[in-house]
Design a protein around this ligand. Structure first.
Ligand code: 5GP
Length: 184
């Protein structure tokens, strides 16, 4: 399908699966079942986190509820500016709830930093983040994230929800794009 466009497989389907199970285990240990705040509320950030959100939720050995937000960060197709617009807001009030933002990737950290500020004004009981990928070299803003799947090099990646121009989200692994794709 897309094989000719992918330069290399950075993280395989198997590695994603294994790491997701580990993350789910460590996150679950922090949230006691039957807490007064209710079930852990997962907030998936569309569209990139779709597959991670659904696989992560199913790997969690505790009951959860799910909400989605869609945000767009102004910038070029491969980097963000930190100016964020809400395309789809939450349907529910999160006041008093234990909230876990489920992210696909933290690059500069600008989008996440904005999201944390925005959600914290809605008074959740707790607000934390789990991300599948993080690019440590590119982080411009220090955002504390307890659970990171993989630290990856500062390269543009696609697959497992991540796109280039809306393509490649459906790849089951994380890969780097052949430069010919950008130039065509
Ligand atoms: P940040 O605000 O942390 O720089 O960027 C976060 C958003 O930029 C991510 O949610 C994602 O949509 C996009 N992004 C950052 N790096 C990559 C990448 O390597 N590949 C893809 N497909 N999107 C990326």
């Amino acid at each position: 399908m897309y094989e000719n466009d992918i330069a290399s497989v950075l993280i395989s389907e198997e590695q994603i699966k294994e790491r997701t199970a580990e993350l789910a285990q460590s996150v679950a240990e922090r949230y006691p079942v039957g807490a007064p705040e209710g079930d852990l509320l997962l907030i998936g950030v569309l569209k990139g986190a779709i597959f991670f959100m659904t696989d992560f939720a199913r790997a969690l050995p505790i009951p959860t509820q799910m909400e989605f937000m869609a945000v767009s960060s102004y910038g070029s197709s491969t980097s963000s500016s930190g100016v964020v617009r809400i395309l789809k807001d939450l349907d529910k009030d999160i006041a008093g709830r234990n909230v876990l933002i489920v992210e696909d990737i933290i690059d500069s950290g600008l989008t996440l930093s904005w999201l944390l500020k925005n959600l914290s004004t809605r008074n959740p009981a707790s607000l934390e983040v789990v991300t599948l990928l993080r690019k440590p070299e590119a982080v411009k803003i220090d955002v504390e994230v307890k659970d990171v799947g993989f630290d990856i090099p500062d390269e543009f990646v696609v697959g497992y929800g991540l796109d280039y121009d809306e393509r490649y989200r459906d790849l089951p692994y994380i890969g780097t794009l052949d430069p010919k794709v950008y130039s065509s």
